[in-house]
Design a protein around this ligand. Structure first.
Ligand SMILES: [Zn+2]
Length: 489
């Protein structure tokens, strides 16, 4: 048995001004050949499950590439060509393979294209027309015909924060191995719900996502259904296939799959008004936070979330929290490599005045670079590296690049040199801040923070600031969505 295993993941925010060259993948993780196994075995990733399953059956594996880049704007064509080229070249030169098992995102948009994953699968099928291809996708994938026409098995994550990535890989890989043994014959039925659901409303421990996941699990309990997945989709992508979809893998009987898909789509349509965030004035929300006496209170600056392509340097929310004088605030993270350099130069303990954040222009939402001039103390410096102990990406080494803590007013601000969404408490603990002992934890995150910060969270307040991950649809100009999609119909 010979298996081709590969990972290529990027969630593309077509409104984001952050460029996505190959270096962005190198910054987060780009491994090739044997280094893929070294980097990912034992981690909570789908490809780790593929590696384990291959080991169990003694299959020979070829691992041309495993790459993930933090979400940002459209992927450079050179980067896309390089990453897909690694997979396609392996298929050409090192085949034949009994199957391919891929760990993809589903919301990759290369520059000038509308879908990154579908064309990859189509080209794989051109090279090896009979190759069974199993794929895990992120819950935020925007599914397309090109994906479904060329995949054999499709499985999505059932949690957000994504703490079941390994489990999803096991599910996908086991279905594929059963198919190779002739025990099952996977057929896919899928459909789009016609809803551009918002990421902020997709947490799997809340409605409506909780009900959608329960419905998928109920479908999987029926005989003849191998896998049922909801893809909330990624709404920060102005492409025709953006939006919520349901994908069912049935055993041989397409009609079983279609019936399950239709039940799931009915759930999505019945709950369609629940997939949207209701905005509140920022000053009011901060004032409400100030009234809360017991903490930690998690404050979410969700419109500037790196994990969805945000620049992490919009200062609107930080400015308001400082203005209202909240005390005991730990903040993560502001992306500002220039400020980090200034703090390194000044040294720990120095009091300095600096321009913080506001480095990036955001023409898609009409936002100009607007740094905040602040005086404060350099509290700590670090290399920004730690190994994740929390439930998401467990075991992975992550780096936020050279990092510093700047203390100003009642706030300790973690300032990073690489874009980083705070989904793991390590962003604070690696640099000497204990989030459990802070009154407020201000995070540029939407839902993934729950992976690492749920244990600390006594209250949560959502703060509607500025940025390219806004949940305010009046700020965004869509041109390429399918006509009639909710709520634009
Ligand atoms: Zn996701």
């Amino acid at each position: 048995m010979r298996l081709l295993l590969a990972m290529m993941k990027h969630e593309t925010n077509t409104f984001s001004p952050v460029p996505t060259p190959l270096q962005r993948f190198r910054d987060w993780g780009l491994h090739e050949n044997e280094a893929v196994v070294t980097a990912y075995r034992g981690t909570n990733h789908p490809i780790a499950a593929y590696i384990d399953l291959a080991g169990e059956i003694g299959a020979e594996i070829v691992t041309p590439v495993a790459a993930e880049g933090m979400p940002s704007g459209p992927v450079d064509r050179e980067a896309y060509a390089y990453l897909t080229g690694r997979i396609l070249d392996a298929l050409r030169a090192q085949g034949p393979f009994d199957a391919a098992l891929l760990d993809l995102h589903g919301a990759m948009v290369p520059d000038g294209m509308v879908d990154g994953e579908g064309p990859l699968l189509a080209r794989m099928r051109e090279i090896a027309p009979d190759l069974p291809i199993g794929v895990t996708f992120d819950m935020h994938g925007n599914m397309t015909d090109a994906i479904m026409d060329n995949a054999t098995v499709v499985v999505g994550y059932k949690t957000y924060p994504h703490v079941d990535m390994y489990a999803s890989g096991l599910q996908c890989g086991r279905i594929m191995l059963a198919a190779l043994r002739g025990e099952v014959r996977p057929v896919i039925a899928w459909g789009q719900a016609g809803i551009l659901a918002q990421t902020l409303r997709m947490g799997s421990d809340e409605q409506p996502m909780q009900g959608a996941i329960a419905a998928c699990i109920a479908e999987e309990a029926r005989s003849g259904i191998l896998a049922a997945s909801i893809f909330g989709g990624f709404p920060m992508a102005d492409i025709p296939d953006a939006g919520l979809s349901m994908v069912v893998v049935a055993d041989a009987k397409q009609d079983d799959g279609k019936a399950a898909r239709d039940r799931l789509l009915a759930y999505a349509r019945d709950t369609r008004t629940d997939w949207f965030h209701v905005h509140k004035p920022l000053a009011d929300a901060v004032a409400r936070a100030k009234q809360i006496s017991d903490g930690p209170v998690v404050l979410l600056d969700h419109a500037d979330n790196v994990g969805s392509g945000g620049t992490s340097d919009v200062m609107t929310v930080i400015a308001e929290v400082l203005r209202q004088g909240l005390e005991g605030v730990a903040m993560a993270a502001v992306w500002d490599p220039i400020a980090v350099k200034a703090m390194q130069k000044a040294g720990v303990g120095a009091t300095i005045t600096l321009d913080l954040g506001g480095r990036t222009a955001m023409p898609s939402i009409g936002l100009l670079p607007r740094p905040l001039t602040l005086t404060g103390r350099v509290r700590r410096l670090s290399d920004g590296e730690w190994t994740v102990r929390g439930p998401m990406y467990t075991g992975s080494k992550v780096t936020a690049g050279p990092t510093a803590v700047f203390e100003t007013g009642g706030m300790q601000i973690v300032v990073t040199s690489l874009h980083h969404e705070p989904w793991d408490a390590g962003i604070f603990t690696h640099i000497g801040i204990d989030p459990g002992h802070c009154r407020y934890i201000l995070l540029k995150s939407r839902v993934h923070y729950r992976a690492g910060f749920r244990p600390f969270e006594k209250h949560r307040i959502t703060l509607d600031g500025d940025g390219v991950t806004t949940s305010d649809n009046t700020r965004l100009t869509y041109r390429h969505l399918k006509p009639g999609i909710y709520p634009f119909n």
